[in-house]
Design a protein around this ligand. Structure first.
Ligand code: 9MG
Length: 283
C-alpha cells in the first residue's frame, strides 16, 4: 500500500487519486480580467463533490507564454480559497513556485505544495521541510514564458528521471520524508509532442524512482495536436490520457474534468480490481 502523508491527511494511493484543478487566474473565474475567489471556491466544491481527492489551487498561470504574477496578487487570489476549502475539510494543494506563498498557504491549512520548478527558488525547500506538507516535484525545461520555443533533449526519459531523482534527494537531505514526496515528469513543460509521448510510454522509468507519480495531461496542447481539437473540446482525449497514465502507474491524476475521470477510473477498477498494477510492467 502506498500512503502519501499530507499534513494531517493520509492518502491511500494504492488506487489512483484524482486532483482537481482550481485556477484563480485572470483567464479563469474572471470578470473583466479580475479573478473571483468566490467562484473558484464554488468550482472547487463541485470538483470535491464529483470525487476529487485533492484540489490544486493556483493563482499564477504556468501555461506556455504566461507572465509572472507579483507575490501580493498571488497571495490575495489563493489564500481565501485555501482557507475556505480547508474549513470544509478538503485536502488542498497550493500550486506555486514562491516560498512566501507556500508558507502562507501552509499556515492557512494547505497540506501539499505543487511546484512546477521542483522547489528551485531559494527558501522553497525550507518552507516545505519546516511543515508537514507533501510536495509534488515537477520537471520543467526552461520557464513558462519561453519553454515551448525549442525544447531539446538527448534522452528525454533519462534526463527527466535523473532530474527528479536529484530533486527528491535534495528534499530528503533537507529533512522531507520520502512519504511526503511525489514526482511528476511535467507533460507540456518544455516538451514537444514527441517528448510527451515518449515520457508517457516510458512512465515506468519515473515510477521506478520509488515515489508516487503525478500526471497532468488534461486539455494540454499535445492532446490538441493528436486530435485536432481546441482546448475546450479535449474532454475525451483528456480522459483517455489520464487512463493511459494510470495504467502505466501514475497515482495522482491532475485534471480539469473530475467527474468524467472518476467515472473512467471506476470502470477500470471494476474490470481490474488490482488497479492495473500488474498490467503496468507488461505494457
Ligand atoms: C500547475 N500545473 C499545470 N500542469 C501541471 C502538471 O502537469 N503537473 C503539475 N504538477 N502541475 C501542473
Amino acid at each position: 500500500m502506498t500512503i502519501l502523508r499530507c499534513g494531517p491527511h493520509r492518502i491511500d494511493l494504492s488506487s489512483p487519486c484524482v486532483m482537481g484543478v482550481v485556477n484563480v487566474t485572470a483567464d479563469s473565474f474572471s470578470a473583466d480580467g479580475r479573478p473571483d475567489p468566490e467562484a473558484a471556491i464554488a468550482h472547487a466544491r463541485r470538483l470535491l463533490a464529483d470525487g476529487a481527492g485533492i484540489v490544486d489551487v493556483g493563482g499564477e498561470s504556468t501555461r506556455p507564454g504566461a507572465a509572472p504574477v507579483p507575490e501580493a496578487i498571488e497571495l490575495g487570489r489563493v489564500i481565501p480559497v485555501v482557507e475556505a476549502l480547508v474549513t470544509d475539510g478538503a485536502v488542498v494543494s497550493v500550486d506555486t513556485m514562491k516560498p512566501a506563498v507556500m508558507r502562507a498557504a501552509i499556515a492557512a491549512g494547505a497540506s501539499m505544495v505543487n511546484d512546477v520548478t521542483a522547489l528551485a527558488v531559494p527558501g522553497a525547500i525550507e518552507a516545505v521541510a519546516a511543515s508537514g506538507a507533501a510536495v509534488c516535484l515537477m520537471h520543467m525545461q526552461g520557464e513558462p514564458r519561453t519553454m515551448q520555443q525549442a525544447p531539446r533533449y538527448a534522452d528525454v526519459v533519462g534526463e527527466v528521471s535523473a532530474f527528479l531523482a536529484a530533486r527528491a534527494q535534495s528534499c530528503r537531505d533537507a529533512g522531507i520524508d520520502a512519504d511526503r514526496i511525489v514526482v511528476d515528469p511535467g507533460f507540456g513543460f518544455g516538451k514537444s509532442v514527441a517528448h510527451n509521448l515518449d515520457l508517457l510510454r516510458r512512465l515506468d522509468a519515473i515510477v521506478d524512482l520509488g515515489f508516487p507519480v503525478l500526471a497532468g495531461l488534461s486539455r494540454k496542447s499535445t492532446l490538441g495536436a493528436i486530435t485536432g481539437r481546441d482546448v475546450g473540446e479535449r474532454l475525451s482525449a483528456s480522459v483517455a490520457a489520464a487512463l493511459a497514465a494510470a495504467l502505466r502507474g501514475a497515482r495522482i491524476l491532475r485534471v480539469h474534468d473530475v467527474r468524467e475521470t472518476v467515472d473512467a477510473l471506476a470502470v477500470w477498477r471494476a474490470i481490474d480490481p488490482w488497479t492495473g498494477l500488474q498490467l503496468r510492467k507488461g505494457l
